[in-house]
Design a protein around this ligand. Structure first.
Ligand code: AMP
Ligand code: MG
Length: 395
């Protein structure tokens, strides 16, 4: 007989998990390689931006106190050239966008309100703005540009490049591996025989891992055979930081995962959580190694990854996970009978409206592909009325 474990609340699961998941060490990588990685240190500027007073327009650089009718053009300054001549009243320099202002000038008159004749510039209209980006107006020396723990997106990469950094210090990627258990599971591409089902978890989970910045160390289908499973678990746990196991965690006769992990010296902190779908979820540690046993049903694995695995994975990667929450209005009301778990259902969020979609339960993976959010219905809540404003977690 298997021992029936206590089901813990989602908040308690988070509390337990928050004590584990050591951040990976820091390495220096090129800016190109840093996409999706987490900064291991603050980045400061040792430059001013812009580094010189710079024209924001193609036009003529003048002094703003100079009210002359015509201006002698003393020089042409393309971007990339430093001016050679200062200007005095009655003079201007022809200047291109991005070029440094000459001494004596503090304003650029855009070309559209001027005319040029025989070496002189004449005003044909009025330009009310100065069209100058002044030295240091965006960034000063010593400004903190990017903070430790920030994920490098295209924006951060551009910011680092603009300050001259071609390398950054980031956390090493979390190495994660996947074992999908089940004698009935076969890989897509193979011919389905009676009683078999395709391995959807293995693929959705690896995509979720990669999307969260992990280094995917590979997947393996292992049938429900104690010694095979034990062998593969041991190898996987040894070789990666984070092991995800799907299936075999519940109370069935062939659900060996919890006992095998314990035999391998894994401390099992919980193996049942009040989340629907996803009750049979196991969290274990062995030293610095993290092990999750996820429910076999594909929607459950997906939801548990989003809700429980992601915060741990992000912490290991040096960051803090905070889901994107969208506020929306329920298009229709929702009712349920059993209320002892936090329920997550796939919904479609569009222009502030939350639409329920066809969803038959935890094996109905295709409904997830039609959704862009998860609606959380807290335990104890049996009904959400039409028009109620709710939080949707973006997926
Ligand atoms: P289990 O937790 O092993 O009892 O599995 C629960 C349900 O999920 C069963 O119907 C399994 O066939 C199904 N299942 C388990 N693993 C996978 C997988 N990798 N892909 C799709 N379905 C799975
Ligand atoms: Mg199974």
């Amino acid at each position: 007989m298997k021992k029936e474990e206590k089901m813990i609340l989602r908040e308690d699961a988070h509390k337990i998990m928050s004590q584990y998941g050591t951040p990976t060490r820091i390495e220096e990588v090129s800016l190109e390689e840093s996409l999706g990685r987490v900064l291991g240190e603050d980045v400061f500027s040792d430059l001013e931006m812009p580094p010189f007073d710079k024209s924001a327009m193609d036009g003529y650089a003048v002094n703003s106190n100079d009210r002359s009718e015509k201006y002698e053009i003393v020089e042409t300054i393309p971007a990339g050239k430093f001016p050679e001549k200062a200007i005095i009243p009655g003079q201007c320099s022809k200047i291109m966008t991005g070029a440094p202002l000459p001494d004596g000038a503090d304003r650029v008159i855009k070309v559209e309100v001027t005319e040029e004749d025989n070496g002189y510039m004449y005003l044909t209209g009025e330009d009310k703005v100065f069209n100058v980006c002044f030295r240091g107006e965006d960034i000063r020396i010593g400004d903190k540009i990017l903070g430790k723990g920030k994920m490098m997106r295209s924006q951060e990469i551009g910011a680092a490049a603009s300050l001259g950094y071609n390398k950054v210090k980031v956390h090493k990627q979390v190495k994660a591996g996947l074992i999908t258990t089940g004698s009935e599971i076969i890989d897509p591409g193979e011919v389905l025989r009676p009683g078999q089902i395709y391995n959807s978890n293995g693929y959705s989970l690896s995509a979720q891992l990669i999307n969260t910045g992990a280094e995917f160390a590979g997947r393996k289908i292992v049938s429900d055979d104690r010694s095979l499973l034990k062998d593969f678990f041991e190898k996987m746990i040894d070789s990666v930081d984070l092991t995800l196991i799907s299936g075999g965690v519940s109370m069935g006769e062939f659900d060996f995962v919890p006992e095998l992990l314990e035999e391998l010296g894994v401390i099992v902190h919980f193996n049942k959580v009040a989340i629907q779908p996803g009750k049979p979820t196991l969290f274990g540690t062995k030293g610095d190694k993290i092990i999750f046993g996820l429910p076999g049903n594909p929607v459950s694995t997906f939801v548990i990854f989003e809700v429980l695995v992601k915060p741990v994975l992000m912490r290991m990667a040096g960051s803090i996970f905070s889901p994107v929450i969208l506020k929306g209005r329920m298009q229709k009301g929702f009712k349920r009978r059993k209320v002892e778990r936090d329920l997550f259902i796939p919904v479609n969020y569009e222009n502030g409206i939350v639409k329920l979609i066809e969803y038959h339960g935890s094996a109905h993976f295709v409904s997830l592909s039609k959704s862009n959010g998860l609606l959380k219905i807290p335990r104890g809540v049996s009904e959400i009325p039409e028009d109620e404003i709710v939080d949707v977690r973006q997926i």
